[in-house]
Write a protein that binds this ligand. Structure first.
Ligand SMILES: Cc1ncc(COP(=O)(O)O)c(C=O)c1O
Length: 396
């Protein structure tokens, strides 16, 4: 057995796990690595205290250490304590939760918002609200793992459509109604900014298609909120035919926690029936306070958003000019496709030797043969970052 672990013997319930671990190739193994924020928000240090420029985190607007968020969290700790002590439906609902839900509803033009401790949980809850074992779920081939877990938990039948391909989706929507016994409900799942691809669907087209075929639509806006769409309100903003929007505070909002936003009926259903809402301790009040402060900052960040998007365009063009495949999309996620797992790891090491942190994303997070370096832009990168990156990457 590798890594100094004792090998479970025959009949040991842990034997299948040990065998699976043994079969893992070194290029697919994951390790935990502590990184300490240091100095400006765009720097992290590792155990050797080497400073690394952060081109890996999803802190797109650099809010995780913003003084307004820190102050809001500090005040909430003093007022509310660290934890809520119970589920929202027992005694854990605080005024700060309600204030945040109201502010998000107002910002997004949605009747009802409910907070969840994480986006993973919110997605699980969202799929369970909109699909059951009599339903058919049509999901983009590259949707986030949490949505797939939601489909499994709902008991619905799953079919995948090609990434961002509305004609493939339309064909599957038509088949859903013409093949055998009709599913009671059809639900379509997509994301507004695919976190490993950098791509966005045509959200208006997607919404129209779902409406025309009587299908529900759940849009995960985890990576778009705060960054894309009108005033950073995501690409689903104004598309009221989307039944549920899922958002997280773990990306551009700079903290942690999540929410679902929809109309009054789906909101009330979640409140009455959602297990992932009911059977979990309420989002920690300091995190809710930080998210509310982040929302205020985001509402005043039009200039920063524009800078981030024009930087993203500049970086894409420069990478292409240097001979790399142009990263897809237009947002702050720039995947540099490499293909081979080991090559992606080597490239990560090569950047790190030059003080740049970007992480090799390998299967099963992405399909086999599509390992990549995921470059993530942030609003607060220092001048000269692109030149440093191009020098560190060299030619492909
Ligand atoms: C597309 C997408 N949805 C949902 C999540 C889950 O969000 P959270 O980190 O708040 O659990 C993530 C983050 O990992 C994500 O990338």
């Amino acid at each position: 057995m590798q890594h100094g672990l004792a090998h479970p013997g025959p009949g040991d319930p842990l034997l299948p796990l040990a065998q699976e671990l043994e079969a893992l190739s070194p290029a697919r193994r994951r390790e935990l690595r502590p990184l300490q924020p240091a100095g400006p928000a765009s720097l992290l240090t590792d155990s050797s205290a080497a400073a690394l420029l952060d081109l890996a985190s999803n802190d797109y607007l650099g809010l995780s250490r913003h003084p307004k968020l820190q102050e809001a969290a500090r005040q909430s700790i003093a007022r509310d304590g660290v934890g809520a002590g119970a589920s929202r439906l027992v005694s854990g609902s605080r005024p700060i939760h309600h204030a945040l839900e109201q502010a998000l509803g107002h910002w997004l033009g949605r009747e009802r918002v409910l907070l969840y401790p994480s986006g993973f949980q919110a997605n699980l809850a969202a799929v369970q609200a909109l699909a059951d074992r009599h339903s058919l779920v049509l999901a983009d081939r590259l949707i986030h793992h949490s949505l797939l877990v939601g489909v499994q938990a709902s008991g619905a039948r799953l079919r995948r459509f090609r990434h961002n391909d509305l004609s493939d989706l339309e064909q599957k929507l038509k088949q859903a109604r013409s093949n055998g016994p009709e599913p009671r409900r059809v639900l379509v799942l997509s994301e507004s900014l695919f976190s490993m691809e950098g791509t966005c669907p045509d959200v208006a087209g997607l919404t129209e298609l779902c409406q025309r075929h009587g299908a529900g639509l759940l849009l995960d806006e985890a990576h778009a909120l705060g960054v894309l769409g009108s005033a950073g309100r995501g690409l689903g903003f104004g598309e009221t035919a989307i039944q549920l929007i899922s958002g997280t505070f773990g990306k551009a909002f700079g903290s942690s926690g999540a929410f679902l936003a929809g109309d009054a009926v789906v909101g009330d259903w979640l409140l009455q029936h959602s297990g992932p809402f009911r059977y979990t301790t309420a989002l920690a009040p300091p995190l809710a306070a930080a998210a509310l402060a982040a929302l205020e900052v985001i509402q005043q960040s039009d200039v920063e958003r524009q800078l981030l998007l024009s930087r993203a365009e500049r970086w894409r063009a420069a990478l292409q000019a240097a001979g790399w495949p142009r990263p897809a999309g237009y947002g702050p996620v720039l995947p540099l496709l490499v293909g081979d797992d080991q090559r992606a790891l080597e490239l990560q090491g090569q950047l790190e030797a030059q003080g740049l942190l970007s992480v090799a994303i390998r299967p099963p997070t992405v399909p086999s043969g599509t390992a990549r370096l995921r470059l993530v832009l942030r609003q607060d990168l220092p001048e000269g970052s692109l030149d440093r990156l191009l020098r560190a990457l060299g030619s492909p």
